[in-house]
Design a protein around this ligand. Structure first.
Ligand SMILES: Cc1cc2nc3c(=O)[nH]c(=O)nc-3n(C[C@H](O)[C@H](O)[C@H](O)COP(=O)(O)OP(=O)(O)OC[C@H]3O[C@@H](n4cnc5c(N)ncnc54)[C@H](O)[C@@H]3O)c2cc1C
Length: 300
């Protein structure tokens, strides 16, 4: 057993060697990584990140893996997964959560407390850290609108970033651009009526059930919307790409903005579909698509 493994273990983390990322991503694609580290508490998370920074061991942070496409071959990195960092505190209309808490759970807590704002996010399947990192959004709202401040780590030190410093924009934030690690997020919400909040959450879930291929593994919408009036799913449908398949990856028959894993999809299958979609959209519409999903590959 190597020294790094022992140190993480002694910080109170579960450590798994050569863990397959296919087991940790909603797309069910991805090969083994050197170590997957699962801190059981924030103290362990901080210690692990500091250790990785000071020893300059390559590492990546993940939440619930619902926006990730990971290469099939071995990656010589340590992946730190936040899913066990789920504590929260409530102070009036302010809710502070650790970054690994599922967005769905946060919405349920808010509904229970009669706090309104995040109803739109019910059904986005990631963690709060992942959602704030990429300013997740749906139905015309974005999570950044409800953030008051974010506690982050950068180069081993902790800072508090205010909403105005967070530079939230469409699927982007300062956390993404400056490689900050999100520890905790404080949301500022409004008082609302419990039944109304729950009803709205349920309506959003129903819309997702109706429109999205939730019965198959995916990483959500593959591409960012290049401009507000350009719908990628609709464009791919017009190009006849709905249902188009490479290996085990398919442009969803239900929603062409999603690539689904119909069985045994490989990283390269998904990449080929992305390239084909990009090329066709460029040729026919003159529009350059950019991926919304994060791609983890040795040379990226
Ligand atoms: C069926 C389906 C529907 C979806 N619908 C939507 C939608 O409506 N709107 C939307 O915006 N997205 C949607 N998504 C995408 C995804 O759920 C969100 O982007 C989600 O917020 C990602 O969170 P995560 O914890 O899974 O992040 P991960 O996939 O684990 O990570 C994504 C990125 O965030 C970084 N990250 C994660 N946690 C932290 C942290 N604590 N600190 C720093 N960086 C971190 C990772 O390093 C990575 O770069 C959907 C996905 C699926 C599968």
């Amino acid at each position: 057993m190597d020294e790094l493994f022992e140190r993480f273990f002694l910080e109170g983390c579960e450590v798994r060697k050569n863990e397959s990322m296919a087991c940790h991503t909603s797309m069910k694609v991805g090969g083994p990584v050197k170590y997957l580290v699962l801190p059981n508490h924030m103290y362990g998370f901080e210690r692990v990140v500091k250790e990785l920074e000071s020893t300059q061991v390559p590492y990546k942070i993940m939440g619930l893996g619902t926006n990730l496409l990971v290469q099939d071959g071995y990656m010589d990195v340590v992946v730190v997964k936040t899913e066990r960092l789920t504590s929260f505190e409530v102070d009036g209309r302010r809710v502070t959560v650790e970054s690994g808490i599922a967005l769905k759970r946060l919405c349920e807590i808010c509904a229970e407390l009669g706090l309104s704002g995040l109803e739109f996010a019910y059904g986005i399947p990631g963690s709060v850290g992942g959602a704030v990192f990429m300013n997740a959004g749906a139905y015309g709202r974005e999570i950044g609108e409800f953030v008051e401040s974010v506690e982050v780590m950068k180069e081993g030190r902790t800072y508090v970033v205010s909403k105005s410093e967070a530079s939230f924009s469409y699927r982007s934030s300062v956390f993404k651009h400056e490689n900050m690690i999100i520890k905790r997020v404080t949301f500022s919400l409004k008082a609302g009526e419990r039944e109304r909040i729950r009803r709205e959450m349920r309506e959003h879930l129903l819309k997702r059930l109706e429109k999205q291929p939730l019965d198959l593994p995916s990483a959500g919408s593959v591409f960012k919307r290049p401009r507000p009036d350009f719908y990628v799913g609709k464009a791919l449908e017009e190009l006849g790409l709905k249902g188009f398949r490479v290996g085990g990856a398919q442009i969803s028959e239900k929603h062409a903005g999603f690539v689904v894993n119909v069985g045994g999809a490989r990283f390269e299958d998904v990449i080929s579909l992305i390239e084909i979609a990009k090329r066709k959209v460029r040729e026919v519409f003159g529009v350059e698509l950019e991926t919304e999903i994060e791609i983890w590959k040795n040379d990226l």
